[in-house]
Ligand binder design. Structure first.
Ligand SMILES: O=C(O)CCC(=O)C(=O)O
Ligand SMILES: [Fe+2]
Length: 367
C-alpha cells in the first residue's frame, strides 16, 4: 500500500467517516411539468407545486436531484464514455493539454481545495468559448484577456461531444433559474441578463481508487461559487453534503440518470441568505474509480454580485456587500493551483455583519 503523500492528508477534523449516512431527505424533484406547455388550470397548478418544491429544497437543503429533466440520455452517456477514454491515456498524453496559470483550462491533477490536495484528475472547459476574464490575479485588475479551451487529440470527438452536452446543460440551467426566481417571488427571467456573457464551465472529474479513503478526499469540503451547479454522477457514489439541519456529512445516493443541483454562493447572495450555498465534499473509494461531470452556471465576468433590490428592504437589509464575480474567481483560482498559507476567499468575507454568519463560523480560519 505504501505511504500516503502528506499533501493529500486532511486535518483530523476533516477526515471522512467510512460509514454512510444516507440522506433520504434530499428531495428528488420531477421536472416533467416543464416539458408540456398547455395553458390549462391543471398545468398551472402543477407548475405552482413544482416552484414550491424547488423553493423548499433550496431553503432546507441547498441541494436537490431532478428527474425527467429533458436532458438527452444519449448525450450524457457519450460524454461519460469520452471522459473515460480521455483519462485512460498515459499521463504524458494528458499533460499535452495541461492547464497552467496563464491558460487555466485543460487537464490538471494537482488541484488543492482548502490547501489540501484532492485525490482526482480533471479536464476543464468553458461552455462558451472563449470567455473574457481579468488578465491577472491582482486585486482590481482592470485589463481583460480571453481564455480559450484546449482540446486533446484523443478521443477525437471529445470536443464535439462536450460542446453538445454544454448546450443541454445551459437549457436546463435557465429552466432551473426560472424556477428559483419564481420561488423567490420574482419574474421568471429575472436572472437571465446576468448570464448573457456567461463564464460557465464544465469539469470532467476522475477519482481513481484510493488506498487511503480514511485520510484523503476526492474533493475537500467547499461551496460552489457560481449561480448553480448541475452535477451528473455515475453509480459509484461519494458525494457528501453537509446537512443543514444538524451539520452531519450526508451521502447523496446516486439516482440513475438524474442530476444533482446545488445552489451556488451567488444565488445565496442574490437571495440575501434565503437560499444557502451548502458545503459538500467527495469521498474516495478504495476499489472503484468514479466519474462525475459538474456544470457550473456562472454569470458574466463584469457582474457585480449583490442582494437583489426586490428582496432587500428595511426588515431584510442587504447581508452582503457587492463584489465583482471575476475578481472573486481570480482569487479562488490562485488557491486551486498551489498550497497557500492564507485562507481562501469566501462570500462570508463580504458579509455586512460578520456575526450574522451562522453557518460558516465567521471567527474560524479553516474555510
Ligand atoms: O464529483 C462530485 O460529486 C462533486 C464535485 C464537486 O463538488 C465540484 O467539482 O465542485
Ligand atoms: Fe462542488
Amino acid at each position: 500500500m505504501g505511504e500516503v503523500d502528506p499533501a493529500f492528508v486532511q486535518e483530523l477534523e476533516h477526515r471522512p467517516k467510512l460509514g454512510i449516512i444516507a440522506a433520504e431527505g434530499i428531495p428528488i424533484i420531477d421536472l416533467s411539468t416543464l416539458s408540456s406547455s398547455d395553458a390549462t388550470p391543471d398545468h398551472s397548478q402543477a407548475l405552482e407545486g413544482l416552484v414550491k418544491q424547488v423553493g423548499n429544497a433550496c431553503r432546507d437543503w441547498g441541494f436537490f436531484q431532478v428527474i425527467n429533466h429533458g436532458v438527452s440520455l444519449e448525450k450524457r452517456e457519450k460524454i461519460f464514455n469520452a471522459s473515460k477514454k480521455f483519462f485512460a491515456q498515459p499521463l504524458e498524453e494528458k499533460n499535452k493539454i495541461r492547464r497552467d496559470d496563464k491558460g487555466a483550462l485543460g487537464y490538471y491533477d494537482t488541484e488543492h481545495t482548502k490547501n489540501v490536495r484532492d485525490w482526482k484528475e480533471v479536464f476543464d472547459f468553458t461552455a462558451h468559448n472563449p470567455i473574457i476574464i481579468p488578465a491577472s490575479y491582482k486585486p482590481d485588475e482592470k485589463e481583460l484577456t480571453k481564455l480559450g479551451n484546449q482540446w486533446p487529440e484523443h478521443p477525437p470527438d471529445l470536443r464535439e461531444i462536450c460542446e453538445d452536452y454544454a448546450k443541454e446543460m445551459e437549457r436546463l440551467a435557465f429552466k432551473l433559474m426560472e424556477l428559483i426566481a419564481l420561488s423567490l417571488g420574482l419574474r421568471p427571467d429575472r436572472f437571465h441578463g446576468f448570464f448573457k456573457d456567461q463564464t460557465s464551465a464544465i469539469r470532467l472529474n476522475h477519482y481513481p481508487p484510493c488506498p487511503f479513503p480514511h485520510l484523503a478526499l476526492g474533493v475537500g469540503r467547499h461551496k460552489d461559487p457560481g449561480g448553480l451547479t448541475i452535477l451528473a454522477q455515475d453509480d459509484v457514489g461519494g458525494l457528501e453534503v453537509k446537512r443543514k439541519s444538524d451539520g452531519e456529512w450526508t451521502w447523496v445516493k446516486p439516482t440513475p440518470n438524474s442530476y444533482t443541483i446545488n445552489v451556488g454562493d451567488i444565488s445565496q447572495v442574490w437571495s440575501n441568505d434565503a437560499y444557502e450555498s451548502v458545503e459538500h465534499r467527495v469521498k474516495v473509494n478504495p476499489e472503484k474509480e468514479r466519474f462525475s461531470i459538474p456544470y457550473f452556471f456562472n454569470p458574466a465576468h463584469y457582474t457585480i454580485v449583490k442582494p437583489l433590490e426586490e428582496i432587500v428592504n428595511e426588515q431584510n437589509p442587504a447581508k452582503f456587500r457587492p463584489y465583482n464575480w471575476a475578481d472573486f474567481m481570480a482569487n479562488r483560482k490562485r488557491s486551486n493551483f498551489q498550497k497557500l498559507d492564507v485562507e481562501n476567499l469566501q462570500i462570508s468575507h463580504y458579509r455586512t455583519s460578520k456575526l450574522a454568519d451562522k453557518s460558516e463560523g465567521a471567527l474560524s480560519i479553516n474555510n
